[in-house]
Design a protein around this ligand. Structure first.
Ligand SMILES: NC(=O)c1ccc[n+]([C@@H]2O[C@H](COP(=O)([O-])OP(=O)(O)OC[C@H]3O[C@@H](n4cnc5c(N)ncnc54)[C@H](OP(=O)(O)O)[C@@H]3O)[C@@H](O)[C@H]2O)c1
Length: 362
């Protein structure tokens, strides 16, 4: 049912455009012809078709997730499960996944190792692809190879299984993770989704990772989320930084001028969730908060949240001792802004680092 509030009285009218997405508000432009005159008026419409099958938020989704057992994946699965969507965990290890998602807490969850991925992907509504060897580690040449290959291999596998699904059982959506490392690093430039790729190792990883996802069947809606440093309680870079801050006084890392493009875990999960159900979310979307900070400010806020004075710098060498070359993710940053998410009207819960850290530490 389309509920319309008329703004003026008319004699004849021609409807130009009616977006028919369920449970949305839309703008309707109407051309009114009265005698020899014509006038354009705008109506605000509410499509209140509550039981429409085209409302993915209302309808149940079947979502296959790679990397579901990781820092981001776990929270995503919890959210989807809480909203009664059906989850298929695509993992390398059933026993690990079973311990993370015990059937008692996650009744109905399907856990599948690689030979069973085909049966899971076929018939899913959507696939979320988060898998890859952790980046924040010591980088031996072997690990560097694995960081790239693990992502390309899993993404290519997922894409192949989607593309080879029967037409009527093919997932409609693929949300594939990538990272802000795509843009390279800079202390001065600002990067949005249209910015070119950088020329360092992580930029190369991201380009090839995205290229693998871009091979998905053109009928499948693809969203590539270029994720910033994800901040949450029990994992990611923060979990590694906090002990250092407790050990030292908690001042800046390195020069402190490097950019730190962060996102709160809850906002990232909301963004992925929204991308699953909203057809406007397609192409590259930066998964970063609207207000990136310089690393010095991040450290100052973290120090003050942890009750550590921020005058004594945490030596770079300490972070490198924990993260090895992988510390570059934190130590050499880039300023990335979420232009597309803002255009899409995505509402960030945590726009400022201070609020994000406070919420995480509380
Ligand atoms: N966290 C961040 O700050 C951040 C920032 C930018 C981009 N990202 C990207 O977002 C994705 C999710 O991040 P996350 O922090 O949740 O990652 P994570 O905690 O490291 O989890 C990644 C998952 O990938 C799977 N995996 C690990 N090694 C693998 C390998 N060699 N081959 C295939 N699969 C492997 C594992 O799942 P199974 O053991 O169940 O197979 C693991 O749980 C990652 O691809 C990451 O690069 C994260």
């Amino acid at each position: 049912m389309l509920v319309m509030r008329a703004l003026s009285i008319m004699s004849t009218y021609i409807v130009e455009k009616i977006p028919l997405v369920a449970n949305t508000t839309c703008k309707l432009n109407i051309l009114i012809k009265q005698g020899g005159d014509s006038k354009r008026v705008t109506f605000w419409c509410v499509n209140a078709n509550m039981d429409s099958a085209s409302s993915p938020k209302e309808s149940k989704m079947i979502v296959s997730v790679t990397g579901a057992t990781g820092f981001v994946g776990k929270r995503l699965v919890q959210r989807l499960h809480a909203d009664n969507h059906q989850i298929r965990v695509l993992t390398r290890s059933r026993s690990t996944a079973q311990s993370i998602f015990p059937v008692k807490e996650f009744p109905g969850i399907v856990i599948a190792e690689e030979p069973e991925w085909r049966n899971c992907i076929e018939g899913s509504t959507a696939v979320v692809n988060l898998a890859g060897t952790p980046i924040s580690t010591r980088w031996s040449s072997e690990i560097k190879k694995d960081i790239k290959q693990s992502r390309i291999r899993v993404t290519s596998k997922v894409v192949e299984l989607i593309n080879n699904s029967k037409d009527d059982a093919r997932p409609k959506v693929l949300i594939s993770a990538t990272a802000v490392g795509y843009y390279g690093t800079s202390e001065t430039q600002v990067f949005d989704e249209k910015s070119p790729s950088g020329n360092d190792y992580l930029a190369e990883v991201c380009r090839e990772w995205e290229a693998a996802a871009l091979k998905v069947n053109k009928d499948v809606r693809l969203a590539l989320i270029r994720i910033g440093v994800v901040l949450g309680k029990d994992g990611g870079a923060l979990a590694k930084m906090i002990p250092l801050f407790m050990m030292f006084a908690g001042g800046p890392l390195g020069s402190g001028k490097q950019w730190f493009s962060w996102i709160h875990l809850d906002d990232l999960v909301d963004l992925i969730y929204e991308a699953l159900s909203n057809p406007s979310y397609k192409g590259v979307i930066n998964g970063t908060a609207p207000n990136p900070v310089r690393l010095g400010e991040m450290c100052e806020q973290l120090g003050s949240t942890l009750g550590r004075p921020s005058w004594l710098p945490v030596p770079e060498i300490a972070l490198k001792a924990v993260l090895g070359e992988g510390a570059s993710v934190v130590l050499d940053g880039q300023k990335v802004v979420p232009t597309k998410a803002k255009e899409l009207g995505f509402s960030f819960k945590y726009r400022y680092i201070k609020d994000a850290l406070k919420a995480i530490m509380s």
